[in-house]
Design a protein around this ligand. Structure first.
Ligand SMILES: [Zn+2]
Length: 253
């Protein structure tokens, strides 16, 4: 029986039988995988808080006939400060959900792993403006997986410099910006400032995003843009619609 040791994020947890958990983990080396933690729900469990959602933990596991069995676990980062903010938790959970959507089973992505760790570290250090980090996370994750939107200052169709135009149109279908001549009916109107903000959110490390002054309503729009882009190019949503609305966005009624 080959034991494996792996650093993981807990991205999903389901109660199983009387005292077990089935967990979805995102490993640094092994990508997404599931495992069963026997007895993890008992009060005196040896696992303690290893499998709290979003935790970065170290686990030891072995492959059974149909499931991985987790035999040891220890918390590396529990993100105590992040977990005091409902909004920061929602952002962390939506990013975790998008990892579930974007990556294939056991598809390793050390870059997305590091990006997720950087994002949670930033949210743990400071709970203000979590959606800046969220939009930055999606843009970079898409880039690492090779599906990122083109945010250059040229029309994707004819190559003309679009930074001279009064308004820009982002086409989710084309996957980038189109000039006034080339644009069609189902794009999103954006400003030159929007294009620059999106390009910075994609390029700058997560630790430097908070210096950007992007209003919340703009971040909501970028979030819609990325979901529309992803629906078209990946045939799936970045984040399922039911989870998309952050509590702060919910209007009356
Ligand atoms: Zn054009």
């Amino acid at each position: 029986m080959g034991l494996k040791r792996e650093e993981v994020f807990v991205i999903r947890k389901i109660d199983f039988k009387e005292s077990d958990h089935i967990v979805r983990l995102f490993g640094r080396k092994s990508g997404k995988f599931s495992g069963i933690a026997k007895g993890a729900r008992k009060l005196e469990s040896k696992f303690g808080s290893t499998f709290n959602l979003l935790n970065r933990s170290e686990v030891v596991y072995y492959q059974g006939s149909s499931l991985n069995f987790i035999s040891e676990g220890e918390v590396l980062d529990g993100w105590e400060s992040l977990k005091k903010s409902g909004e920061a938790i929602d952002v962390g959970l939506r990013c975790a959900k998008s990892i579930g959507e974007l990556l294939g089973e056991e598809q390793p992505s050390p870059q997305v792993y590091s990006l997720f760790r950087d994002t949670l570290e930033e949210l743990d250090a400071d709970q203000r403006r979590p959606r800046l980090l969220e939009v930055g996370f999606y843009l970079k994750a898409l880039k690492y997986l090779g599906f990122d939107p083109d945010l250059e200052d040229r029309c994707l169709s004819c190559g003309v410099d679009i930074d001279q135009e009064s308004t820009l149109q982002f086409s989710p279908v084309a996957g980038g910006f189109l000039c006034e001549k080339c644009r069609g009916g189902n794009g999103m109107e954006l400003s030159r400032g929007d294009r620059k903000s999106l390009a910075r959110l994609k390029k700058l490390p997560q630790s430097r995003l908070r210096r950007l002054r992007v209003p919340e309503r703009k971040l909501t729009r970028y979030y819609d843009l990325l979901n529309r882009f992803s629906e078209y190019h990946l045939e799936r949503e970045l984040v399922p619609r039911s989870l998309r609305t952050a509590p702060s966005d919910r209007g009356p009624g």
